[in-house]
Design a protein around this ligand. Sequence first.
Ligand SMILES: [Zn+2]
Length: 223
Amino acid sequence: MNLFETVKRRLTTRQVAEHYGFTISRNGMLACPFHNDRTPSMKVDKRFHCFGCGADGDVIDFVGRLYGLDARHAALKLVEEFQIPYEHDNKDRKTTPPVRQKTQAQAYRELEQRCYRVLSDYQDLLRRWEMIYRPNPEATEWDPRFVEAVQQKDYIEHLLETLLQDPIEIRAELLRDHGKEVLALERRLSELGSAAERDAADAVGDPALSDDRGCDAAAGTDR
Ligand SMILES: [Zn+2]
């Protein structure tokens, strides 16, 4: 029996979803991790199907999608976590030694921590900008940094709270949906780094900083 059959014969999507901490109602419904699901619209049993977004597949698809793994790695993750007896053929041993699996989990945690750091640095910067560039009442134009601070602060706070509190599958979803955005933000922050420190020290009016082209480049301006 090949790897995929072994795993599918051994595990149902429901079992695995429970293992990953999803709350599943008696009739097998859960809040779909693949779309913003307010009422549980995913049915899980041997396979899964979401009536909200149409996500559909077997247990290997479920795990693959949840963790951003291809089918082989998703199946091997399940073999390892559920200690399913499986004779690795040479190909498996060569491409995915156990060390690699561990590295993947570590890499995920590191990415999560890195995103958290970037977001909280950005939050600090927005707080400073909001104070430093607050327009006086008669100002006709607002400094773009103040505008950005006001526009972004709730959104960033929401992302940070999500990373701190939500269960793993929600955090994974956040990293999937916003990971690139956060990494773009990281680049921008490092470019702004020294400038931002000068801002804090000198307060207003450095002409070199007023053309803040980075403003639109990062950080969720699309929402
Ligand atoms: Zn869905």
